[in-house]
Each structure stands twice: as C-alpha cells, then as structure tokens.
Design a protein around this ligand. Sequence first.
Ligand code: HEM
Length: 417
Amino acid sequence: MSQSRHLTRRGFLGGSALVGAGAAAAAAGAAVVSHESSDGPSGSAAAPVSFYGAHQSGIDTAAQDRLAFAAFDLTTTSRSDVQDLLREWTKASIAMAAGSLVPGDSSSLVAPPADTGEALGLPPAALTITAGLGPSLFDHRFGLDGRRPAALADIPTLPRDQLDPTRSHGDIGIQACSNDPQVAFHAIRNLARIGRDVVTMRWSQLGFGRTSSTSTAQATPRNLLGFKDGTRNIRAEDTTDMDSYVWVGTETDQPWMRGGSYLVTRRIRMHIEGWDRDFLQDQEEVIGRVKVSGAPLGGTAEFDVPNFTAKASDGTPVIPLDAHVHLAAHENNGGLRILRRGYSFTDGTDAATGELDAGLFFICYQKDPRTQFVPLQRRLGLNDRLNEYIEHTSSAVFACPPGIRTSSDYWASSLFT
Ligand code: HEM
C-alpha cells in the first residue's frame, strides 16, 4: 500500500498544541490571534501571531524567547528578481507564521520538498518574521537610488567600534523570532532556500533569551551580566511613545516607509570572565541599578523612577554619572528613546583566549537612527563605564517597510510602484 506523504505542521487549531489563552481563543473560534492582541503571556507561547497589520509583526509584538537573524546580499542585478524574491518570501512567511508548511510541493518523490521539514509537528510558537532593506540595496544596481530614505544612512564609525565587516551590513535583513528555536531557524533556512538563486547569506546570528520586554504583560528578563534588562523600555501599549519614537510618520522623505521603522543591530561581545571577577558594588555602579531587584540605585523597587540628582552623604551622585543608565536615560541624553528588542547569544569559545564568545545581540527600532541610535551610542561609546566589559563586533541598519494587509501584498511593494 502506498504511504501518505501529505505533510502538515501541528496547527494551532489542531488541538494538541493548545494551551492556556491559546486554547480559549481557539474555542472562541478565533482562527488567528491578531498581533495587536497577542501579548505573549505564558499560555500563548505556542499560538500564532498575525502576520498582517499596519506595521510588521516582530517590532511591537511581545518579544519571544528565541531569535534567528540573517543578513543577505543580492547576487542578481535585476529589479524584478528583487520584487519576485520579496513576493515569494512574504508568501512563505505568511504560511510559516500561521504554522503551515512553506507553499509548494513537499510530497513529490522526484523533487526536493518545498518545505525543509524540521518544523513538522511544531506549533507556530509565536513566530514573527520581520524584513528590512539595507542601505546597499539602494545603490545603482536596481535603479532605486532615488527611493533611499535619508534616515537609512550608513551608521558612521562610532567610538570604540571593533566591527567585523564580514558580519556587518547586508542588502536585506530578516529577523525571525519565536518561542521555539527550531521554528525560528526553520524560517530563516526556508527563506534562504527560496532565495538561493538571487541571494547569498552574508551573516547570521542565533539568540537565546530575550533581553527586553516590549509589552507591559511581560516580566523583565535578565541579560548575561545578570541584570534585569528592559525595565525602562518603550512598551507596545505606550502608543504615543511608539508614534513619537518608533513608527515612521509623515515626516519621512519617502512615503513608502510610512508605518515602518528602522532597525539597528549590534553584536556586542561581553567580556564575561572579567565581569565575573568584579565586586557586586562595582557591577551595580556600572549599570546604575541594584542587581537582584533591578531598582535604580537609591530606589527600592524595579519600576521606581531613577533619581539622577540624588547625592550620597559624601556628595557623590548615587547613580554615577558614567553609569550605563545615567548616560542612556532620556532625562539626561536630550530626550532620545529607542525600542530595544535584543537577545543574548553565545557562539562557543574564542580560540585565541579560551574565553566565552558571548554577549548581547542588541536590536533596536526607531524613527530615525541618525537622531536616535547614533547619538546615543556615541555618548555610550565615549563615556559608559560598561565599556570596560563589552565590545561592539558587528553593526547593521535596515529600513523595515510597513506591514502588509492582504495575502496578495508583499514586503516593500510600495517601494517599487
Ligand atoms: C552589552 C551591552 C548592554 C548591556 C549589558 C545593557 C544593559 C542595560 C541594563 C541592565 C539596563 C537597565 C534596565 C532597563 O531600563 O532596561 C539598560 C538600560 C538601557 N540601555 Fe542598555 N545595555 C547595553 C547596550 C546598550 C546600547 C548599545 C544602547 C543604545 C545605544 C542601550 C540603551 C539603553 C537604554 C536607552 C536604556 C534605558 C535607560 C533608562 O531610561 O533608564 N544599551 N541597559
């Protein structure tokens, strides 16, 4: 008897993957949880996040636990190839985000399956796939020079940069986040496979453990220095802040970017061994917060508003002037804010030193990196006491177009019209 080769993913509505809030939503007949309403409490870790909306998912949607990021360079010089690629990638991403197989034939015995298969049996696990276009896409190759937004400027060399160009930059960046590492990896792998005739993967990065909260429903996680990270991040619920600092509005010189956002990634190596030899008091003064509670120095609870003018009895500031949070806080930096959405990483050991090659894959979203990330990082790179323990080893910037509203639309479609 011939065997059935009809492959399926473990669909959200299939029953076996249903847990907590996800089960309730399914019981109420919700085919897909809209990303506006999915805030990622533990019960919905397996549920899908809607791919559709005014903005791409993966920015203001609740930060998941795992990351797979890849930057691609185009090998084609044809503009229509780029459009076809974005069309195919969008179609596949819609399917994967819903927990379905990559469209195409995965059953034929005489062709490679359209879906590579490692996510078979796995739920959507809140997969989001977010696409961005790098500055290099707007060079002479595709006739898009005139459509490059001014905000998509190359990130200038910043103080203390130790960047590796082989893992920096890229024509297209894809951020896949999920609560299951295999689901996130599967998304990147399948997009790479679909694009193999027109793109090469320039660099990639896996991340474990979110280092920020992007929703008020999420508890603050800890980074590899052992400190709570994300306490004073912008939250999706702060729609005024999202509009002021994150979403591109009418101020843009390129209307195709309205509703989008600019993504900056920085691979930041932490010199963990040195940090682990540092006294707790110094660690807390480097960050400007209490390690266990996350409270600002001088405060008692995590969400206390830091008092940057408080002085100790000897007249020194309670939060040192070169503490990370003193320099990064909007009260002291001229009002700059960004949405942080980074992940911890470890890439094994550094063969030269035997130390862990681990740190923070810093991700932030903003309206304009020229007036947000760049001046902020310049300020941190010059003065941050944390610099003794960290090194920025890669950098990239991408323009993430707005979300798509229908299954026939595709990423950045309005760039080409
Ligand atoms: C390995 C590198 C880094 C580590 C370990 C780190 C860690 C932290 C920690 C523990 C906090 C306090 C909790 C919070 O409010 O989130 C914080 C706050 C913050 N960090 Fe970082 N950070 C790093 C890199 C960066 C970079 C590169 C930027 C931007 C260029 C940045 C921007 C901020 C901002 C804006 C805040 C909020 C400050 C406030 O409003 O109080 N951080 N970071």
